[in-house]
Ligand binder design. Structure first.
Ligand SMILES: [Zn+2]
Length: 291
């Protein structure tokens, strides 16, 4: 029984100054490898569900795999809906037992973001589910997931989080965790980002909830370490896992004489390729040995 709420898993991270890694996972092979590595390094960990991965009939298969992995793991696991597009998806996940949800109304003006986020918080808190919200806006880079990955276009400009607004936002909404915009972007960077650590320190001073960094993939290690030292309690990783997974499978298939080779060969190659990414992130976030 290792399923824990977002609030609980992040409270420990905040208290002991590390960041819980959240890996967005698509299939049971990815779930298995995340848990295996987290158990080996004794690290609390989160599964992120990308809305596209749990759409339609995929939902039940995804949930069966994720809950099996979480409930049999011997480290704390939070199952979290990443970037919920609306209330419908949130309720669906809540009813299935997710232990955290993220409502992303960050493209809305402040008042509208407050209104949407508060509605979600009120609804989820009654069910004992914790909520991550976003203030300011983390943009999607040129090769991010979703629409931007295929089109090659950035979806939006970043809006940096204002410390005073952040405090007000938490007070008005009751959100349990806050995703902040301090210079990262979703997807893959053209040039290395420069995080605004000073801004992060101000946000931490102004508001008491655990802070979340999206767009962790490709952010230089020294800046990630700085962010963790200055109050980031959860970091989302997806693009680096995709690159490792996809490259390994492509290279494995390129060596095959025939495409009738077993599908599992590719899946195992993908799983193996995830290991160095998982290990590096868990250690960098100082989550090793915390479970
Ligand atoms: Zn994100």
């Amino acid at each position: 029984m290792a399923l824990v709420s977002l609030k609980e898993i992040l409270a420990d991270a905040k208290q002991r100054n590390y960041a819980v890694p959240m890996f967005d996972v698509t299939n049971v092979e990815m779930m298995q490898q995340v848990i295996r590595t987290a158990e080996e390094l004794r690290a609390p960990v989160m599964f992120g569900a990308i809305p596209a991965d749990i759409a339609g009939a995929n939902f039940d298969y995804w949930c069966d795999g994720a809950f099996r992995a979480a409930l049999t793991a011997n480290v704390p696991v939070c199952i979290h809906l990443d970037h919920a597009p609306g209330l419908k998806e949130i309720v669906r996940c809540a009813e299935r037992g997710f232990s955290g949800v993220m409502i992303d109304a960050s493209t809305q003006p402040f008042e509208k973001n407050v209104e949407i986020t508060k509605e979600v918080c009120d609804l989820m808190h009654r069910r004992g589910i914790s909520v991550e919200a976003e203030l300011g806006h983390v943009a999607t880079g040129k090769i991010g997931y979703g629409g931007a990955s295929e089109s090659g276009n950035a979806d939006s400009e970043p809006i940096f989080t204002d410390p005073e607004e952040a405090a007000k936002f938490i007070e008005l909404t009751g959100a349990d965790a806050l995703a902040v915009s301090i210079g990262t972007a979703h997807g893959v960077y053209d040039t290395a980002p420069e995080l605004q650590i000073g801004r992060l320190a101000e946000i931490r001073k102004a508001c008491d909830v655990p802070l979340v960094l999206h767009g962790g993939s490709g952010t230089p290690d020294d800046q990630v370490a700085d962010a963790v030292a200055n109050g980031i309690c959860k970091i989302n990783i997806y693009s680096e896992l995709c690159i490792a997974w996809n490259t390994a499978i492509r290279d494995m298939l390129a060596k095959q004489v025939t495409m009738s080779c077993w599908v599992s060969k590719g899946l195992y190659a993908g799983m193996e390729a995830m290991i160095p990414v998982l290990e590096r992130k868990i250690k960098l976030f100082k989550a090793e040995g915390k479970a």
